[in-house]
Design a protein around this ligand. Structure first.
Ligand SMILES: Nc1ncnc2c1ncn2[C@@H]1O[C@H](COP(=O)(O)OP(=O)(O)OP(=O)(O)O)[C@@H](O)[C@H]1O
Ligand SMILES: C[C@@](O)(CCO)CC(=O)[O-]
Ligand SMILES: [Mg+2]
Length: 429
């Protein structure tokens, strides 16, 4: 049974970087990892049904710190979602029993373990609140990664994020990627790539494939039926084309300027994805052509971006804007729009700017394309008007690096500040 344990380690502890040895032969080394959020340019929802999506990583990251403990406890501190929990390692061990052999490859979700975990933490099938979903994803990956070991390690995991939770910017994928990278590295399945003099380091392609596969299991638990695009872009970073599990990084694309707007209307990706599936089952002959058209929008956008890499023209930007408008209509047709997003599109269009939802929709975030020649005053007006609607709005930079390991000393001051703010009194401030 879980217990509320209050705050994690105080911030002053962040200076040490030591290794603890357990009574057993198992060592885990503490580490700090981070992974970026994402924006989907085109293809959200359609990608779940085998169509093409284009996604970009954002300069907003989730950070995870894993520390070994010798208290016989596994603890998790998730200040963004007010969750501070702890379990005895021995009670977690009893969940493994005879499943060891099935769990270690991380290729498929063990559908029997998830209900077992639900009953372990005392929540029934329909409960899908943020805390439950994060705990299930973490416990699943923890147990599955260490399934082979004679003993499960005691540890404290703290996760803090610059991303809004559940707003369409891939917070669940960044969470799952961090958990997978930290635990696989702690187990020794992948290396700890950071050299003694380095501040940040990345894993090899092969290791990132493993991280991505395990993070996909976390996404399956949180989302129900994810396409895998969010964990892929959080693992690799940059700009990706994603099609039926095939990941193609796009290296030759122009640097796009994008405004991100968070309508702050809460929504659940799991619920929205399930809603699209229902509509597709109900009206296949109406919905399939819409998904086909979204696929064509993604492909046309990719082609346009590729052409723009060598010589961008105003006409290219006209095309990108039209594609945004077309796709936003399609997303409304498949039932993932929201009046808050209509308002975002209306406000920006009145200023000559084009917007669409990004991610699962139903509220959450939208993107607005800024042209190279968009007037500073127009951009500022858009930001002011959107803020006047009660939304958050800021210009973002895209193409940030994927999952990384960090030295403690390299964690930026402002990130520590974010963490400090989140942790004050164990509550979000
Ligand atoms: N910082 C975090 N700490 C703990 N759990 C998190 C964190 N960020 C995300 N999560 C988990 O992910 C869930 C949100 O996932 P969801 O897929 O609904 O939204 P999203 O990933 O932000 O948006 P989208 O999938 O549309 O890009 C939360 O309810 C929580 O379970
Ligand atoms: C809505 C969706 O297409 C994107 C969520 O960011 C779901 C998915 O691809 O897993
Ligand atoms: Mg998500």
């Amino acid at each position: 049974m879980s217990t509320l344990i209050g705050l994690g380690q105080p911030l002053s502890d962040l200076s040490s970087c030591d290794e603890l040895v357990f009574e057993s032969t198992m060592h885990i080394v503490q580490c700090v990892v981070s992974a970026p959020g994402k924006a989907i340019l085109h293809g959200e929802h359609a990608v779940v049904h085998g169509k093409v999506a284009l996604a970009v990583s954002l300069n907003l990251r989730t950070y995870l710190r894993l520390q070994p403990t010798s208290t016989g406890k596994v603890s998790m501190n998730l200040p963004n979602i007010h969750t501070f929990l702890s379990w005895d390692v021995t009670s977690l061990h009893s969940l493994l029993s005879d499943r060891t052999a099935d769990l270690k490859n991380g290729k498929e979700l063990d559908v029997d373990l998830v209900p077992k975990l639900r009953s372990f933490i005392g929540v029934t099938e329909g409960v899908t609140d943020p805390s439950t979903m994060a705990v299930l994803a973490f416990l699943y990956i923890y147990l599955a990664v260490f399934a082979e070991s004679r003993e499960l390690p005691g540890l404290t995991m703290s996760v803090w994020s610059e991303l809004p939770t559940g707003a369409g910017l891939g917070s669940s994928a960044a969470f799952s990627v961090c958990v997978a990278a930290a635990l696989l590295s702690a187990k020794g399945t992948i290396t700890s790539p950071l050299g003694s003099l380095e501040h940040t380091a990345r894993w090899s392609e092969e290791e990132m494939e493993l991280v991505n596969a395990w993070a996909f299991l976390g996404e399956k638990i949180i989302h129900g039926n994810p396409s895998g695009v969010d964990n892929a872009v959080s693992t690799w970073g940059g700009i990706l084309r994603y099609h039926a599990g095939k990941i193609t990084p796009l290296s030759r694309v122009p640097m796009l300027r994008i405004l991100l707007t968070n309508t702050k209307v809460p929504r659940s990706t799991k619920v929205l994805v399930a809603g699209v599936k229902d509509k597709l089952n109900k009206f296949p002959s109406i919905m399939n052509p819409v998904l086909e058209s979204i696929d064509a929008v993604s492909c046309t956008c990719q082609q346009t971006l590729t052409e723009m890499a060598s010589k961008p023209t105003p006409e290219h930007y006209d095309v990108l804007e039209e594609l945004i408008d077309v796709n936003q209509h399609h997303l409304n047709v498949i039932g993932v729009g929201h009046p808050s997003l209509d308002r975002l599109c209306g406000v920006t269009l009145a200023l000559g700017l084009h917007s669409k939802l990004t991610g699962a929709g139903g509220g959450g975030c939208g993107i607005t394309l800024l042209r190279p020649d968009t007037d500073f005053a127009v951009k500022q007006n858009a930001i002011q008007e959107l803020k006047g609607c009660g939304y958050d709005c800021w210009e973002t930079s895209i193409g940030a690096p994927g999952v990384q390991q960090h030295s403690l000393s390299s964690i930026k001051d402002e990130v520590l500040k974010t963490r400090r703010c989140l942790m004050v009194g164990g509550e979000l401030k």
